[in-house]
Design a protein around this ligand. Structure first.
Ligand code: ATP
Ligand code: MG
Length: 335
């Protein structure tokens, strides 16, 4: 087995600003982690069926279903990726059945309106049920060995990640003692352990990058020594057309239109002067964007976490594209 940057991490939480690729990155990471016969659970907690859409399978239930084969290597076939859509209601029913032996708990609870309590009145409880399900999957064993080598969670966006993961303090107002408290403490132990890492998906734009920086600061500052920050997955990266030095010149308005026009004329193109003007304008626009992205890159380097580039898939995101992203993560040592 080769070394990766996150050996020892078994719960990979993926957050980031909305729309930057949390679900896509989580899916790619699950495929990458499932190399060499490993078994990985990819989990969704926002009830949006994003995983089903990404892997092009029918809507997923609250049950662990095999949805894909992990990235293969030269020596080994890929292992299995399972998926689970966790919702707080089902997690509560399962929890009660598992820990209290309450059969048919669901029907009874629904009658008494406990579901509304769990989901609307007590948001902290809602979260502990979801993170609890992830912790349970991480800890689950069969014949003395973990059932899953890794669990990947497509988590809530950065703005909510701290509260979502910091369940103990959220639940403490609700339950000071008793089984819910004990459950929350167990979950909290897993989340604060070196077995958990929170990765950030982002694009090279100002707002998503700011959310990464704020999110990292928040996780590091959480009571109890914080929560381990993972990698920064820079998503939708386009290859640069020119070296950065040259781009800087172009962005500064130094594109030599006259020289461009001469070049075009030499190539036998009519109207070379007007075309050169258009080209220079487009080049400048691209250069300004590229220089801006370089600035965002240096901001992302500040917290000192490993950064990984994921290419922009230009011919439509499908399973093939997802495996390409998985390979990029693996090649860069993220999995
Ligand atoms: N590397 C990529 N190349 C091309 N398209 C991408 C890439 N990554 C993500 N996308 C596309 O960008 C869109 C947003 O991605 P995704 O759904 O993964 O983001 P998200 O952060 O999970 O969004 P939400 O906040 O809505 O849950 C999708 O249409 C997805 O196919
Ligand atoms: Mg999503």
């Amino acid at each position: 087995m080769r070394d990766t940057d996150w050996d020892g991490v078994r719960l990979h939480v993926v957050t980031g600003k909305g729309g930057t690729g949390k679900t896509t990155v989580a899916g790619a990471l699950a495929l990458a982690l499932a190399a060499a016969g490993r078994k990985v659970l990819l989990m969704e907690v926002e009830g949006r069926q994003g995983i089903a859409q990404l892997f092009d399978v029918p809507p997923l239930p609250y049950a662990e279903r095999r949805i894909a084969v992990g990235l293969g290597t030269e020596a080994h076939q890929g292992g299995d990726v399972f998926a689970l859509v966790a919702d707080p209601e089902s997690a509560l029913i399962e929890y009660l059945e598992m820990f209290y032996g309450l059969r048919h708990a669901g029907a009874a609870l629904a009658r008494f309106g406990v579901m509304d309590f769990a989901t609307t009145i007590a948001p902290g409880l809602r979260d502990v049920l979801l993170t609890g399900k992830a912790a349970e999957a991480v800890r689950r064993k069969k014949a003395g060995r973990p059932v899953y080598d890794a669990v990947v969670m497509d988590a809530p966006p950065t703005g909510r990640i701290g509260r979502f993961l910091n369940v103990t303090s959220e639940v403490s107002g609700l339950a000071r003692v008793g089984p819910i408290r004990t459950h929350a403490d167990t979950v909290q132990k897993v989340i604060h352990s070196p077995e958990t890492a929170v990765h950030f998906a982002t694009t090279l734009e100002e707002m998503p990058v700011q959310e990464v920086l704020d999110g990292i600061a928040e996780l590091r500052g959480l009571p109890g020594g914080g929560i381990q920050v993972g990698g920064i997955m820079i998503n939708m990266v386009r290859p640069a057309e020119l070296p950065l030095v040259q781009l800087r010149e172009v962005a500064a308005g130094l594109a030599d239109e006259h020289e461009l026009a001469l070049g075009l004329k030499a190539a036998g193109i009519d109207d070379s002067v007007r075309l050169a003007g258009d080209l220079a304008a487009e080049l400048t626009e691209q250069a300004v964007a590229a220089v801006g992205q370089d600035l965002q890159r240096s901001r992302l380097a500040e917290p000192g976490q490993p950064c990984y580039d994921l290419p922009m898939i230009t011919d439509g995101m499908d399973l093939g594209g997802l495996y390409r992203l998985a390979a990029a993560l693996r090649d860069q040592g993220a999995a």
